[in-house]
Design a protein around this ligand. Structure first.
Ligand code: PHE
Length: 461
């Protein structure tokens, strides 16, 4: 069918709503449990500095590239790539980049819904006082029990998918904007409540030191790569989400300052999450354990020991659930926008079909924790391990690198200057160097770092 420009239909009501929506996409599971942990493990303050450099030199240029491409194409990432390739006189194969994004979104959402389902389950468990006064074994067992119970996991995964699909099916204004207007302020308030609590927990100084003391000797070369990978995932880059959201950005919004605001909000939330979590962990004399363990074992244990723990625990898990929902809705947008345009179909119907496919794919992740835990897809990766590795370590960096190369080198320069409001040739060159050389090289480094060991393993090098 002919390429369609959706310009008259979907548009964020204001620049500020775009900022909230994009921040909603960016702030997710990646900020609330992953960032604090990796920051602490990689030298705290030194790592935070490195992370900020990565956000500034890699994250922000790629996000600007994605949003500007979206606003120029005004369509789903697949159609946007076709439109832009045509305008730039390049091969239509660039549309494959849009497809890559759609697939990545599918894969990430399939497991994102399962993990978010855990958070919803833990909201009920903590609110009901399940962990009040409980010991370490009990809390660890509760998490093991959840993972061993596919029915319970599927129930919560389904609940999460139903809410997500219901929201996205209602469209940009009635669905996305309304949900974001409720969830984002709620998320900030909940985070502040937790921060105040953690400030008074008795472990704040220790938590602060853990996050910010500049321990350069703890920063190895791989810290740069970990920070860069995190900058990528946390800013929702490399899969067309920001391109899809960019398609709805009003013409008069200044892209550079808008994107910087989004990146700042995302970073503030990640750091605030660390400052909310670690003092509670230290105040209770607990260990800073890894990833899922920190959120689903250590924290419930801490909440079980403290006054009003059931209340604050519930606040924490509802916070993660909200953050996950606003990210999940953005994960569906590239595919949803494409299918709606391509088949001129009703958004709601497309949303439901997409949701069902993603839900079925998610069953693979659910079973990876129990009945399929030893079924390996590649090497020692089971289904979840494989989908997670493929999407985050391969597909996102690849997508991001190609997007920024396309934007910096292949798009007509006057188009970029117009989109970014650049008038001086020096700024235009500076933009090319940052977005066209520094950012893709940074991504290339992560890419080699994550893919090389896999190749070595596969071929016994
Ligand atoms: N940024 C989200 C997080 O930190 C995850 C995400 C990745 C969302 C890619 C959309 C696209 O959890």
């Amino acid at each position: 069918m002919a390429l369609k420009d959706n310009s008259s239909q979907n548009r964020w009501s204001s620049r500020w709503l775009f900022v909230l929506a994009a921040a909603g996409s960016a702030v997710g599971l990646g900020n609330i449990w992953k960032f604090p942990y990796i920051a602490g493990e990689n030298g705290g303050g030194a790592f935070v500095l490195i992370y900020l450099v990565c956000i500034a030199l890699v994250g922000i240029p790629i996000m600007i590239s994605e949003v500007l491409m979206g606003r120029e194409g005004r369509s789903s990432p697949i159609h946007t790539m076709r439109i832009l390739a045509k305008k730039a006189g390049r091969s239509q194969r660039w549309a494959l980049l849009g497809w890559l994004g759609v697939m990545t979104g599918f894969l990430i959402l399939s497991y994102y819904a399962v993990i978010a389902g855990w958070a919803i389950n833990y909201f009920w468990l903590t609110a009901n006082g399940t962990f009040d006064g409980a010991g370490g074994d009990f809390v660890a067992q509760a998490f093991t029990d959840l993972q061993a119970d596919p029915m319970r996991m599927v129930a919560y995964q389904t609940a999460f998918m139903v809410v997500t699909i219901w929201i996205v099916g209602r469209g940009v204004t009635a669905g996305l904007e309304r949900a974001i207007q409720w969830f984002m302020p709620a998320l900030f308030i909940l985070l502040v409540v937790l921060l105040i609590y953690s400030f008074n927990s008795g472990g704040f100084a220790q938590g602060w030191a853990f996050m910010f003391d500049l321990k350069w000797d703890a920063v190895g070369p791989e810290a740069w790569l970990i920070a860069m990978g995190q900058a990528f995932f946390t800013l929702s880059l490399g899969m067309g989400t920001m391109m899809a959201y960019g398609a709805y950005v009003p013409e008069d919004a200044r892209l550079s300052t808008t994107v910087v605001t989004i990146a700042l909000l995302d970073t503030v939330v990640a750091i605030a999450a660390g400052l909310a979590i670690f003092p509670i962990v230290f105040a209770n004399g607990l260990e800073v354990s890894q990833g899922p363990g920190l959120t689903f074992v250590t924290l419930p244990l801490a909440f079980g020991q403290m006054p009003f723990g059931a209340f604050f625990g519930a606040v924490f898990f509802i916070l993660i659930s909200f953050a996950a929902i606003t990210s999940a809705i953005s994960l569906t947008e590239p595919a949803l926008a494409y299918l709606t345009e391509e088949y001129n179909a009703k958004r709601q119907r497309v949303a439901i079909s997409l949701g069902v496919v993603c839900w079925v794919l998610g069953l693979g992740t659910v079973f990876s924790f129990n009945i399929w835990s030893d079924v390996f897809v590649v090497g020692e990766l089971n289904f979840f391990g494989f989908v997670d590795y493929l999407s985050q370590n391969i597909m996102l960096p690849l997508g991001g690198m190609l997007i920024t190369i396309f934007a910096a080198w292949l798009l007509p320069r006057d188009m970029i200057n117009r989109q970014l409001g650049i008038s001086s040739p020096a700024v235009s060159w500076a933009w090319r160097i940052v977005a066209g050389i520094l950012a893709p090289l940074g991504v290339l480094a992560i890419f080699i770092y994550t893919v090389w060991p896999l190749i070595q393993n596969l071929f016994n090098l």
